[in-house]
Design a protein around this ligand. Structure first.
Ligand SMILES: Nc1ncnc2c1ncn2[C@@H]1O[C@H](COP(=O)(O)OP(=O)(O)O)[C@@H](O)[C@H]1O
Ligand SMILES: [Mg+2]
Length: 479
């Protein structure tokens, strides 16, 4: 996730921009390496935005520790959007590739054929629009994916394809060891670290010289130090009860929390319901993060419904005041996952299937090529969202839905806050948007204290008391 403009990385950005800008002349690959938190993902995200502006197609995959033993999981994620093109591959390559993905009967997987198939598939796609491939956390890719992508990465020169991969230093990975050009990230210098701090906490400027000295080695430290200093200034401002921040989902707005807000207020809580911009996952998380930093003091219980869950997953860890996460029929993505992928991970979502039958695609002003606002079709909305609400409510909610951008729904999630902050989860057993089976997978993975209720996707409207109870148990754990 990239919350802010990059500071002190002009040289590195220049290198990446150059690769992206010249993709038409010459393809290539670059390994971005460095320790955790040094800014690898932030650089890759910047390259991805630039490619988007050029109208390039961006395909992304990420190594994930829990999938490191699943052969070809990473490759499947990368190629999924262009897999339809496999039809045009030579028969043996197509068979090898589809077998790797469990879509055809297979003998032992032939990595060479699969490598050729992947390269051919990507080259075909790139002939229509140049490609940027982003491979995050290559140290956690499953092995066959690492081998295939290393093979591909060494053969891109004559294709309009750039592959960028982030690799954590000190870990083995096929891509890191393929002899590709490497950009090793060092800690930000003192001046850049100071500038970063100044841009965040102008009030602290007088103390800068000493702080900048303390933090010159790592960008991340800046973020861990800041709140400590800021807290010192506002000591005593916190109230006995935590503040409850309710983040709404896509195709909704803050009013979806009205019932729950009323109940929590009655119980004496300070409740805030910020707007969720629904423009990009990283941008929405940055917005909520800035809101928490400036509009709350003292401990916060951060609650997300549906897509709001993905937002709190990305925003939660940016402020140490966030003491608890509560997911209400919510997405709790792991790093690299996007919400459309999660909604489709198990059968049963009424929003899955041919997207043109589920959504209206609407161009919004300033949309990058290929991006749209997604509106759920009026005919689809009521049964998908409001299956346990009075007849008529679904139609009203369908009319007032706020759209999310396609790119936002597809943006890979950053490091999950549920890994470090305790979480609670409400599973809706009759949810037609995020299948309950997938909610359980995400709740279990997050180690969340979980309750199940007989509710559709909008449980905060149909079962506000149950939702409030769960939020209150999270809040009680805080004080
Ligand atoms: N140069 C920079 N300027 C501003 N923020 C940065 C910079 N480098 C990293 N960050 C921020 O620091 C955090 C950690 O960076 P990230 O890119 O996730 O690290 P990595 O992928 O190397 O583990 C993120 O919130 C990122 O936005
Ligand atoms: Mg990263």
């Amino acid at each position: 996730m990239n919350l802010l403009p990059l500071v002190g990385r002009e040289r590195e950005l220049g290198l990446l921009d150059d690769l992206v800008d010249r993709v038409g002349e010459r393809g290539g690959a670059l390994v971005v390496s460095g320790e955790a938190g040094i800014g690898k993902s932030a650089l890759l995200a910047a390259a991805s935005r630039r490619a988007g502006k050029h109208g390039m197609m961006v395909l992304t995959t990420a190594g994930v520790q829990t999938e490191a033993h699943l052969p070809f999981a990473g490759l499947h994620q990368l190629l999924e959007p262009v897999l339809a093109g496999a039809e045009g591959l030579p028969a043996r390559q197509r068979a090898a590739l589809l077998a790797a993905f469990g879509m055809a009967d297979a003998a032992a997987p032939d990595l060479f054929l699969i490598g050729l198939a992947a390269l051919e598939l990507l080259a075909d796609a790139a002939a229509r629009s140049p490609l940027l491939l982003i491979v995050e956390d290559a140290q956690w890719l499953d092995r066959p994916t690492g081998a295939v992508l290393a093979f591909v990465a060494r053969r891109l020169e004559s294709e309009p394809i750039v592959l960028l991969t982030g690799v954590r230093e000190g870990y083995a990975s096929a891509l890191g060891e393929a002899g590709l050009p490497e950009l090793r990230l060092e800690g930000l210098g003192e001046a850049a670290a100071g500038a970063l701090l100044a841009s965040h906490a102008p009030a602290l400027a007088p103390r800068l010289p000493r702080l900048a000295l303390l933090i010159a080695t790592s960008a991340l430290l800046v973020f861990s130090l800041l709140p400590v200093v800021a807290d010192a200034g506002s000591a005593g401002a916190s109230s006995a009860k935590p503040t409850i921040v309710l983040v709404h989902g896509a195709w909704a707005d803050g009013s979806s929390w009205n019932e729950v807000t009323r109940l929590l207020q009655r119980a004496g809580y300070l409740v805030l319901v910020p707007p969720n911009p629904l423009r990009s996952l990283s941008g929405d998380a940055a917005y909520i993060s800035a809101f928490i930093q400036q509009r709350t003091s003292g401990p916060v219980v951060l609650v997300g419904h549906s897509y709001g869950g993905a937002v709190i997953t990305n925003a939660g860890a940016t402020d140490p005041d966030v003491k608890a996460l509560v997911y209400i029929n919510g997405f709790a993505p792991d790093q690299g996952e996007n919400v459309l992928q999660l909604a489709n991970a198990q059968p049963g979502s009424e929003l899955s299937g041919d997207p043109t039958t589920k959504f209206d695609f609407v161009v919004y002003p300033g949309a990058p090529a290929g991006d749209f606002d997604l509106y759920v079709k009026q005919a689809v909305f009521p049964h998908a969202f409001a299956n346990d609400l009075p007849a008529g409510t679904g139609a009203v909610l369908a009319a007032s839905q706020r759209p999310i951008t396609l790119s936002g729904a597809l943006e890979p999630s950053g490091p999950p806050a549920w890994k470090t902050i305790p979480s609670w989860y409400l599973v809706g057993r009759a949810d037609n948007v995020i299948p309950p089976a997938e909610q359980r997978v995400m709740a279990t993975r997050a180690g969340a204290k979980t309750v199940e209720v007989n509710a559709g996707h909008l449980s905060m409207l149909s079962r506000p008391a149950a939702v409030t109870d769960l939020i209150e148990s999270a809040a009680r754990s805080v004080d």
